[in-house]
Design a protein around this ligand. Structure first.
Ligand code: AMP
Length: 509
């Protein structure tokens, strides 16, 4: 494809009509560095869409006119960098093109909830200007994907909110903050820094990175102590806050992932930086009734996101298998408690990259799928001691996160603080159809369709009405009804939700 530079808004529409492809859009203000390069490369590597980089220093987002005048402009080099790293087209409009005086440009207001603190406090109108320009550019370019850096985390949240409220048909893709050799985030404005300013900023960024490391071990943070240390170095702090990463409200003790964000001033330069603090790595909880497609979907998600796959249903089935096989009288509480003391359930990957389940060193992967086990597992999993034992085992497996778990009480009981909760369901008809064609549940193929529907209804009733951990949708779970959707569509939807909620930076292994 011929690489093009577009300077006029009218040309954008012609170009769009000619390319016959979806567009990845990477908006920038120029003076491109490795952060921008990572963003352009991410777009290039993600898909085969056409990549358009825009270079436009947006006057509307500058609250300080001197900052606007002094903003580094290196257009020839930016063109070279963009094309070399994967841009197919570069849009370099003038301010008159973006804001023509006689045109009805919509001037937007950023979400008040997301722009009232952090940078929104000192940079009046800044985020309104960012929203206005991005909305205008999206309207001109109509991309499929919008690529943004997590370096500007508050901006990223505000733009996602804009896309949601304006119901724009564009997906946001983000990349983690890219840092220079000395730890400070790459920024176009860094060229203005004197040696001493750079030293102070390095101190600030390294304090944040240190806090992140310390938090991993101690699971706590003292913002006051960091402020004291920075002040002792004569660093002028605009803000330093410990917040929930998505709402930007004060961090709560139950948040596993939180945001430590700060802004400092060094001479004329203002620098922002942040880190994500993690008690453990992210967890996805997928709950839902039998036959909703949970297992297939969860396995694929685990594979694609390189997460541990926790099949809690298999644990209940394995235990049911043991109780039946060994003819254990599980109705007597004392006896059951003694048995549970000596039960070990582990998952191991097999040579086909699937997961086998072992109970007391015996591989039961195949046997636990029989109709005999299916018909008793709900009853056994409603026994208080069984649930208590297995929930604890499951929490042990999920202690350090990086896991996707499927079951019926994951989001409500096992991991109530999971970062993403999905309630996967489908109509009874759809689930019966799936069970019938499921090669794993051999018995279901011999049962007639209506009996299978009745069995599913009965199982739903038992699961939803048992006293202990019944199947219910967690308040903060997202319900996905899978009727009419392919497995891959459901998987992609959940991965999009994961990427949307969970910072890329916390996903890095
Ligand atoms: P700017 O040119 O500063 O408007 O930035 C253009 C895009 O690049 C924005 O989405 C920024 O968040 C992103 N970006 C800038 N610097 C970095 C960085 N150091 N790491 C990751 N993304 C960045």
């Amino acid at each position: 494809m011929k690489k093009v530079i577009i300077r006029k808004t009218e040309e954008i529409e012609n170009w769009r009509r000619n390319i016959n492809s979806k567009i990845n859009f990477i908006p920038t203000m120029g003076n491109l560095h490795n952060g921008h390069i990572k963003l352009i490369s991410a777009a290039k590597n993600d898909n085969s869409n056409v990549n358009l980089v825009s270079i436009f220093v947006n006057p509307l987002q500058f609250d300080n006119k001197l900052d606007l005048v002094n903003y580094p402009r290196t257009i020839d080099n930016d063109i070279k960098i963009s094309f070399t790293n994967g841009a197919d087209a570069i849009f370099i409009p003038s301010a008159e093109d973006i804001y023509p005086p006689n045109n009805n440009i919509e001037f937007l207001k950023a979400s008040i909830a997301l722009s009232s603190n952090l940078c929104g406090l000192s940079r009046s109108g800044h985020f309104d200007g960012v929203c206005t320009v991005i909305y205008r550019l999206l309207d001109l370019i109509k991309p499929k994907n919008l690529y943004l850096g997590e370096k500007d985390w508050q901006q990223l949240l505000i733009l996602k909110n804009l896309i949601l409220t304006k119901k724009l048909n564009v997906s946001v893709k983000s990349i983690p903050t890219q840092r220079d050799f000395d730890g400070i985030p790459l920024s176009s404005r860094n060229v203005h820094l004197s040696k001493n300013e750079r030293k102070l900023i390095r101190f600030f960024s390294n304090e944040l990175l240190e806090a992140k490391k310390k938090f991993q071990q101690e699971k706590k943070i003292s913002v006051k102590t960091i402020i004291k240390k920075l002040t002792a170095e004569k660093i002028s702090i605009e803000y330093l806050e410990h917040l929930h990463p998505n709402t930007l409200q004060k961090a709560r003790t139950e948040d596993n992932i939180s945001l430590l964000a700060g802004a400092i001033r060094c001479g004329e330069t203002r620098l922002i930086d942040h880190v994500f603090l993690m008690k453990r790595r992210p967890i996805i909880a997928i709950d839902g009734p039998a036959g909703s497609g949970k297992s297939t979907v969860t396995k694929l998600i685990a594979k694609k996101l390189k997460l541990l796959y926790l099949d809690t249903g298999a644990m209940y089935r394995a235990l049911s298998w043991l109780l039946i096989k060994e003819k254990i009288d599980y109705k007597t509480e004392k006896k059951l408690q003694n048995i549970l003391k000596n039960v070990s359930i582990v998952f191991k990957s097999n040579e086909n990259s699937h997961q086998d389940v072992f109970i007391n060193n015996y591989c039961v992967t195949e046997e636990i799928r029989s109709q005999e086990i299916s018909s008793i597992v709900s009853k056994i999993s409603s026994i208080k001691e069984v649930r208590k034992f297995l929930v604890e085992e499951q929490r042990k497996i999920g202690k350090s996160g990086d896991l996707v778990a499927e079951g019926r009480d994951i989001g409500t009981t096992v991991f109530p603080n999971a970062e993403l909760k999905i309630f996967l369901t489908a109509s009874i008809d759809e689930r019966a159809k799936r069970r019938k064609s499921d090669k794993q549940s051999k018995d279901s193929q011999e049962i007639d369709f209506n009996t299978l529907k009745e069995l599913i209804k009965k199982r739903d009733y038992e699961d939803s009405n048992r006293e202990i951990s019944p199947l219910i949708k967690a308040n903060d779970a997202i319900e996905i009804i899978t009727d009419g959707y392919s497995i891959n569509e459901v998987v992609d939807k959940i991965i999009d939700l994961y990427n949307d909620k969970i910072p890329k930076e916390t996903q890095i292994k």
